[in-house]
Design a protein around this ligand. Structure first.
Ligand code: DSN
Length: 418
């Protein structure tokens, strides 16, 4: 930071202020995490200086000896970790990974069937406001209104009715285990290909804490952020039979040169995910989410589906007479960061919503366990219960006390000086 400060004090001040924000608030956004310092180092490395269009051994730029070794290392580690034959580690993001996967599997104008965004899906699974909704004819399956679990009968009937070329499983706000084997059966029945976007749960899958989609899906897409706790960016997994199509769809199909410092960081991410400590971390993430859901429920909040099997939960704020937007603002005043989120069959628009989404990957990376999660649940439930009459100060103090015990990228003295 000293060098940045000396050339651009404004930019450095923003980083310092963000470090303070991250340290002094509780991060419960389900797609966020705090990466290892090794990832920060890799992403800040001189690999950023290189151009390397193409793939190891087949580049359009010279001087790629180390880059080829690095990309091979990342690819091999991804294959080893997720037990598959081929990995492409170049996608700049999860959406880019999905665009390339679609390009590898289907043609513009083909029909796709994804999970309804409002029921937990993702914009890039065919939403009309995404390029995926204009390139492809998209239809959606949803959750059962009573159980709020994926309605596999609905998936089957929509698949048989619309005859999609591609069925997509996975999403951004679904808190329960996904049965990839049923999706595969339905895809086979309907003559469709099957893609899993595992971005949210990739870390759980790598650690064996959620079933893997690899043996069922034609292509699996993901990010190395979120529960993977690593590099900013995406990756794609597939069998040998689809390797060429996937590689061509990433480059030159949808991207130019890879972001090489991020490819390096992806290699590190996969290595970290092979360590026994990573499994323990993922188990704790799930325990923490389960306890948070149960504690909030015991304190009178309604949890969509009644609980969680993974790292995230959705809270329906309608019974508390709050919108998702209000809930997000109230919690932000206390130093707890969440996002407003549509719940299944939400009567409110996306900018308001009836729910908030929470995840435990980031607080678990800080080292927080059951005691801290119980305290967080008590703060959230009591504060939301007070609604408009809330005096945030005492809650903010309790949040600060938790933050102080688990500093991020700082020692306690540095934390105290923030
Ligand atoms: N949809 C974003 C989220 O889950 O926050 C990430 O793609």
């Amino acid at each position: 930071m000293n060098r940045l400060r000396s050339v651009d004090s404004e930019a450095a001040a923003l980083v310092e202020a963000e470090l303070k924000r991250q340290n002094t608030t509780l991060e419960l956004i389900a797609s966020e995490n705090f990466v290892y310092e090794a990832i920060l180092e890799a992403q800040g490395s001189i690999m950023t200086n290189k151009y390397a269009e193409g793939y190891p051994g087949k580049r359009y730029h010279g001087g790629c000896e180390q880059i080829d070794l690095m990309e091979d290392l990342a690819r091999q580690r991804a294959c080893q970790l997720f037990k598959t034959d081929h990995a492409n580690v170049q996608p700049h993001s999860g959406v880019n990974a999905n665009l390339a996967a679609y390009m590898a599997l289907i043609q513009p104008g083909d029909t796709i069937l994804g999970m309804f965004l409002q029921h937990g899906g993702h914009l890039s699974h065919g939403s009309k406001v995404s390029i995926t909704g204009s390139f492809y004819r998209s239809f959606f399956y949803g959750v059962n209104p009573d159980t709020e679990l994926i309605d596999y009968d609905d998936v089957r009937s929509k698949a048989l009715e619309h005859k999609p070329r591609l069925i997509i499983a996975g999403g951004s706000a679904y808190s329960r285990t996904i049965d990839f084997s049923i999706f595969r059966e339905i895809a086979d029945e309907a003559g469709a290909l099957f893609l899993v976007d595992m971005a949210h749960i990739a870390g759980l899958i790598a650690a064996g804490v959620h079933p893997s989609p690899v043996e069922y899906a034609d292509i699996v897409t993901s990010t190395t952020t979120k529960t993977m706790r690593g590099a900013r960016g995406g990756f794609i997994l597939c069998g040998k039979d689809r390797a060429d199509a996937v590689d061509r769809a990433v480059f030159p199909g949808t991207q130019g040169g890879p972001i090489l410092q991020n490819v390096l960081a992806k290699a590190v991410t996969f290595k970290m995910a092979m360590q026994p400590a990573f499994r323990q971390y993922q188990e704790q993430v799930v325990k923490n989410a389960d306890l948070l859901a149960r504690s909030l429920r015991d304190r009178g909040l309604r949890i969509v589906t009644g609980g969680t099997d993974n790292h995230l939960l959705l809270v329906d704020l309608q019974p508390a007479n709050l919108t998702g937007h209000q809930g997000e603002i109230i919690l932000e005043e206390l130093g707890i960061t969440v996002n407003k989120n549509m719940i299944p069959f939400d009567p409110r628009p996306p900018a308001v919503t009836s729910g908030i989404r929470m995840g435990t990957a980031a607080i678990t990376s800080r080292g927080m366990k059951e005691d801290e999660v119980s305290e967080i649940a008590s703060i959230i439930a009591t504060a939301l219960g007070e609604g408009e009459n809330l005096d945030p100060a005492p809650y903010r103090q309790r949040v600060m006390e938790l933050c102080r015990q688990f500093p991020l990228y700082l020692d306690p003295l540095e934390f105290a000086a923030l």
